[in-house]
Ligand binder design. Structure first.
Ligand SMILES: *[C@@H]1O[C@H](CO)[C@@H](O)[C@H](O)[C@H]1NC(C)=O
Ligand SMILES: *[C@@H]1O[C@H](CO)[C@@H](O)[C@H](O)[C@H]1NC(C)=O
Length: 145
């Protein structure tokens, strides 16, 4: 199980790893209906613009929110009461299976930009590849391919 999860974490984060230097992805486990808050630790000078990204397993990256000169805006798909964004955090409430993904921030000023550390949010229950053809796979099926 842990081996499978590690493989999926790798698959899910290959793009950001290549796009930036090597980044850490930590693991957070949540219960259905729980809450989680992600922090993006970045200094004042570096965050003229800050993006929150979500990458569900097997899916392309989605933009969750943008914070431009301290004004936070949730993208349409995430503009629901369950999502809350502040200048340096993203909170998801009443977590559901569809929230399972790697979350990471990207920030920058006109002088530099960086990816923040990613967090893989694992939601209790089977792991699904939500965007892949055939919709859902049990992780054990994936490992048997
Ligand atoms: C999640 O956060 C909301 C709003 O702060 C709170 O009402 C609710 O009790 C929290 N749920 C859990 C499971 O902690
Ligand atoms: C939490 O989400 C479920 C669906 O995923 C919904 O049925 C339920 O009403 C929600 N609970 C709250 C407190 O919003």
């Amino acid at each position: 199980m842990m081996g499978g999860l590690a493989l999926l974490l790798l698959l899910g984060t290959l793009y950001p790893i290549e796009a930036a230097e090597v980044q850490q992805v930590s693991l957070t486990e949540a219960e259905l209906g729980g809450n989680v808050t992600f922090q993006c630790s970045v200094s004042e000078e570096e965050k003229n613009v800050l993006y929150w990204y979500k990458q569900p397993l097997g899916c392309t990256i989605q933009t969750v929110a943008t914070i431009t000169f301290t004004k936070p805006t949730l993208r349409t798909q995430f503009n629901k009461p369950r999502f809350r964004v502040t200048q340096d955090s993203l909170t998801i409430m009443n977590i559901s299976k569809e929230d399972e993904a790697t979350y990471f921030c990207f920030y920058g000023s006109q002088f530099s930009h960086s990816f923040g550390d990613g967090v893989f949010l694992a939601v209790k229950g089977k792991i699904y590849l939500t965007c892949s053809v055939g919709a859902t796979f049990d992780v054990r099926q994936i490992l048997e391919i």
